[in-house]
Write a protein that binds this ligand. Structure first.
Ligand code: PRP
Length: 206
């Protein structure tokens, strides 16, 4: 049995902002800028990097190897890339894709867009999520994976927003517990944008 490890953050009114990333017209074209909000930095890249190494050390201590890592696309692709390079034990990597969001709100209906490719029976699986909000996506994925008879199933989420929870899900490792704000960056998007921001930022109406 592993214990959830957590770190909390609060938003600061003095935090820096990323560039809004407004879509700029091609040179020579008379085309209006598409306004996009400027994300306010909540978790700088350096803070995330340090926390990812702490999580990896805890997972290395707890979980038998070889570990089978399953990342939840699309949002977790950055976290998976950093986490697996911080883990020391032998491991394999696969991905699963699910979606329930349109804009900033969940439909409540989780769609499995792409299943894993490798068998799970007898494997020690680590499911890697970028964020757990209502918990509906994670609940559906945990149920889906448990039915495939892994030897063990643990879950790590970089971000946890417990105030929005609608499903009782188990998280073994949590990077940061955050307040109820819409976040982008480090893999997380708004309408497909901002996934490439190096840190996590709050996207608020301006
Ligand atoms: C996001 C995120 C989680 C899920 C969490 O995925 O990556 O998988 O929402 O929300 P929940 O706890 O309320 O279910 P999204 O559906 O936005 O797809 P994406 O990762 O492709 O952006």
């Amino acid at each position: 049995m592993t214990r959830a490890i957590r770190s909390s953050v609060m938003t600061s009114p003095f935090a820096a902002r990323y560039d809004s990333g407004a879509v700029r017209p091609a040179p020579g074209r008379r085309q209006a800028l598409i306004p996009m909000p400027s994300p306010r930095v909540l978790l700088p890249a350096g803070l995330i990097e340090a926390r990812v190494h702490e999580l990896a050390a805890a997972i290395d201590r707890d979980v038998p190897t070889p570990l089978h890592v399953i990342g939840v696309l699309t949002g977790a692709f950055v976290f998976v890339a950093d986490l697996v390079r911080a883990l020391r034990g032998p491991l394999t990597v696969d991905f699963i894709a699910a979606s329930s969001y349109a804009g900033t709100s969940t439909s409540g209906q989780v769609r499995l867009l792409q299943d894993t490719t490798l068998p799970l029976d007898g494997r020690d699986v680590l499911l890697v999520e970028d964020i757990v909000d209502t918990g509906l996506t994670l609940q559906a994925l945990q149920d889906h994976l448990r039915a495939r008879a892994p030897r063990s199933l643990r879950t790590v989420a970089l971000l946890d927003k417990p105030s929005r929870r609608r499903a009782g899900v188990r998280l073994d490792y949590v990077g940061f517990t955050i307040p109820d704000v819409f976040v982008v960056g480090y893999g997380l998007d708004y309408e497909g944008r901002y996934r490439n921001l190096p840190g996590v930022a709050e996207l608020a109406d301006e």
